[in-house]
Design a protein around this ligand. Structure first.
Ligand SMILES: *Cc1c(COP(=O)(O)O)cnc(C)c1O
Length: 234
């Protein structure tokens, strides 16, 4: 078994164990392999191992991979997305995880309308109010999401958060629990065109805790592909 295959095996086993702890099964959790900085060959190897969903955070890098791999994989955009880049991804991505402004929503809606598609998106929440990160604060989320219900060519499918980096993942448990509460609150409001199916939270350092608190999409890069080498992007 090579390193990549072994990493997938370990991560999948840990996902299954954490899912069980929260009364669910591994099939209830989507493993999103975060392939930013990972080369196309390695992504192809991951696909051969049975991995179906990949997350990218740079539009240009995503498009380079999409040109070669296309719809052999499901692509998710997970990073901060600028409005002027939206036109390059519509019709190609399965889910945008980082919707956090009305301006971005307007652009996604308009571009989707032009291409006659409906684009699925998650609302990004900044649970820990970190200034360095995007996302809507928890207390503003319900109002923001209400405003998104008017966009016919966007389908809101849930929430996403990036928890703070912390050596001890237990320190993020409170944020994950707050996210789950918000998710349930918004679901209970039954807002038109707003659907709470996915709760995207947990990365290499904290995905087991996130799953225990109710996550059903984990975004894992380093744990699968090793440390990132940003020089390949140059
Ligand atoms: C890079 C990235 C990840 C993956 O991080 P790892 O710690 O390598 O697992 C997950 N989510 C987002 C939004 C990212 O930018």
């Amino acid at each position: 078994m090579n390193t990549l295959e072994n990493n997938f095996k370990i991560v999948n086993e840990k996902i299954a164990a954490a899912a069980k702890k929260s009364g669910r099964s591994k099939d209830d959790i989507l493993l999103l392999a975060v392939s930013k900085t990972v080369d196309i060959d390695t992504v192809e190897q991951a696909i051969a191992l049975g991995q179906t969903s990949f997350g990218e955070n740079r539009v240009q890098e995503f498009n380079r991979k999409y040109e070669v791999i296309g719809d052999k994989a499901d692509w998710h955009i997970i990073g901060r997305l600028q409005s002027n880049k939206v036109k390059y991804i519509i019709g190609k991505v399965k889910l945008i995880h980082s919707l956090d402004s009305l301006k971005l929503a307007q652009e996604i809606n308009e571009r989707s309308m032009k291409m006659d598609v409906v684009t699925d998106a998650l609302v990004e929440i900044n649970a820990a109010k970190e200034l360095s990160k995007g996302g809507i604060y928890i207390e503003n989320a319900a109002d923001f999401i209400q405003k998104l219900s008017v966009f016919d060519n966007i389908r809101i499918k849930g929430l996403m958060t990036v928890a703070p980096f912390d050596e001890n993942p237990q320190n993020n448990r409170k944020y994950f629990a707050q996210m789950k509460n918000l998710f349930v609150d918004i679901k209970d409001k039954n807002i038109d065109n707003i659907n709470m199916s996915f709760l995207s939270m947990g990365m290499t350092n904290d995905y087991e805790v996130a799953i225990e608190e109710g996550s059903n999409i984990v975004r894992i890069g380093t744990g699968l592909f090793g440390e990132r080498n940003y020089s390949i992007l140059k």
